[in-house]
Design a protein around this ligand. Sequence first.
Ligand SMILES: [Zn+2]
Length: 183
Amino acid sequence: MSAFVLQIEDLDESGADWNFAIGTDLLASALEDTDLRAGTEGGRFTVHAQRSGVDVLVQGHVDSLVSTTCARCLADVSIGVDLALTALYSPEHMRPKDSDEIDVRLDEVNQDYYSGSEVVLDPMVRELLLLEAPMKPLCSESCEGIAVPEHLRPPEEVFGGSAPDARFAPLLKLKEALTKNEE
Ligand SMILES: [Zn+2]
């Protein structure tokens, strides 16, 4: 079920405001299959929407907390989401035949479609939340990763004290490419 729904009949050219609660259960289902999870609190989604001919112009703001996992130590990391959204909703019959996915960008007017008498904002909000997902979230910049107990640590000289050297990455790629060519 959609949580963020505007009724077309409530809209006019001067616009109206909505204030939606973003519940943690809603966050949980919106973030399913992603690296993000709902935090302990939900958030708010405030919206100003107005009609412009057959289109509906939506300006929204998402203010929420989500959780993810530190890329180094696997601890929970809470991320504050504070994002603005501008979107233009056109009637469904105006949708180009080859586009059924929305592609949300920050700082741009995003395009989506509505059908019937309702504008459903949920997919846009979800995309917006995903934009916030950092590639490598860290609990803190200085996170040192999972602490290995002293007696389990290999002597420094065995592995040169670190994981695979990033400088070898191009070589590994080259090797991969060569192996592929042989097939
Ligand atoms: Zn960490």
